[in-house]
Design a protein around this ligand. Structure first.
Ligand code: PLP
Length: 397
């Protein structure tokens, strides 16, 4: 049977992720892996998970709920907790504004299903989170860049702009408050919506938090149900990704539509996982965030120090205030994909080529690094190897 002839045409745009492929190389111990971006499992709250699982499954009443189908909207008490969490970050909302999803990645797929028809225009940051691009790709959009401050106004017609305002994946950069307001004004002028990815919001290591785009929009419109912003949140980066517990927060009518999509997609997120998540976050979120910030802040600093110590002239990089990523811009003659291959095979250091994060017109002389799993010594050695690989890259003729 030749299955290739049967695939829907949209699948021609669905390709393997460079990152996932490279992660298979993690198994090779000698490598220093600067590309990944996984949260460090050494800091997951194991005891809290053990206690929550035992308490839930050891109680007949709770165990029945935990092993039954959950409501498609999500486990009520967890949604209530999320209402409180959103209020604490400046987003007053109610239960009907929250849908639990299987990680915010599922939320991004649902955004595609809800909003993108073949050929519709979607604005994304360039570069942008690869998982969002892969989720949207299947719905066959045309991509345009979110305009930077001072750019001429883009043409009308985009259905939404997808943005990650805090320490975004892949660049680690953050939108200022003024940029967030400018984005809202542009969206209002073009009558389009905004999909805000709040994945890294809690992982801030320096500086003051900036209100989310959704919070700023509610300040303007006075009510989440009048908002043009749909927000995705997750416990993956603060508690543990394998829970697959994320959420969407937005106007109630939109959440109702998304709930229908959720029902058709997988009925509901695991009740057991949601109940464990709730027990863990209720008691331990603040401590888990504090630990993550302390560990990742030190790792960010040691990687930035290593870059300053080793990188040759002509290489620049971002200095993120949070999150897990540093974005490196190489001299123009160096192709990040070629460098990544050569750095991996000849120098034993793995990185991710920046091109993968552009849906169109990639800036090829770029790389994404992540510091989340890299102790100081490995950062020094890994960056030294990468610098060597850069120095050995011949200028193109
Ligand atoms: C920007 C961004 N959004 C969403 C996700 C997906 O997270 P999850 O599905 O685990 O909530 C990630 C994961 O790396 C991410 O970096």
């Amino acid at each position: 049977m030749d299955w290739n002839g049967l695939y829907a045409s949209r699948m021609s745009r669905v390709v393997a992720s460079d990152i996932r492929e490279r992660m298979k190389l993690l198994a090779q111990k000698k490598l220093i892996h600067l590309g990944g971006g996984l949260p460090d499992p050494a800091i997951f709250p194991y005891q809290a998970f053990a206690d929550a699982s035992a308490a839930i499954l050891g109680d007949q009443q709770r165990a029945r709920t935990a092993l039954q189908y959950a409501a498609s909207e999500g486990h009520g008490p967890l949604r209530e907790w999320i209402v409180g969490y959103m209020a604490s970050i400046g987003v007053p909302c109610a239960l009907e504004n929250i849908l639990i999803v299987n990680g915010s990645q599922q939320g991004l797929d649902f955004v595609g299903k809800l909003l993108i028809g073949a050929g519709d225009t979607v604005m994304v940051e360039m570069p942008s989170f690869i998982g969002a691009l892969r989720a949207f790709d299947a719905y066959e959009p045309t991509y345009v860049a979110v305009p930077k401050a001072g750019d001429p106004r883009p043409a009308h017609g985009a259905k939404f702009a997808y943005v990650g305002p805090d320490f975004r994946n892949p660049t680690g950069t953050t939108m200022t408050r003024a940029e967030r307001i400018e984005l809202l004004e542009m969206a209002e002028a073009l009558d389009m919506s905004i999909v805000e990815d709040g994945c890294y919001e809690k992982l801030r290591y320096d500086g003051d938090p900036i209100p989310s785009v959704l919070a700023l929009d509610i300040e303007r419109s006075g009510d989440i149900d009048r908002s043009r912003v749909l927000y995705t949140g997750t416990l993956s980066k603060t508690i543990a990704p394998s829970l697959r517990v994320g959420w969407m927060c937005g106007p109630a009518p939109v959440i109702r539509k998304l709930t229908l999509i959720k029902q058709a997609s997988d009925l509901a997120t695991s009740a057991l996982n949601q109940m464990i998540a709730l027990d863990v976050v209720s008691e331990h979120l603040d401590a888990a965030v504090a630990t993550a910030c302390q560990v990742y802040r030190e790792r960010r600093d040691s990687m930035l120090d290593a870059l300053s110590a080793s990188m040759p002239e002509g290489v620049t990089w971002t200095r993120p205030e949070g999150g897990l990523y540093i974005w490196v811009t190489l001299p123009p003659h160096i192709d990040g994909a070629e460098l990544a291959t050569h750095a991996l095979t000849d120098h034993g250091v793995s990185t991710i080529s920046g091109s993968a994060f552009y849906p169109v017109d990639p800036q090829r002389n770029t790389l994404r690094l992540s510091f989340s799993m890299i102790p100081a010594e490995d950062a020094r050695e890994g960056i030294r190897r990468l610098a060597l690989a850069i120095e050995k890259t011949p200028a193109r003729v």
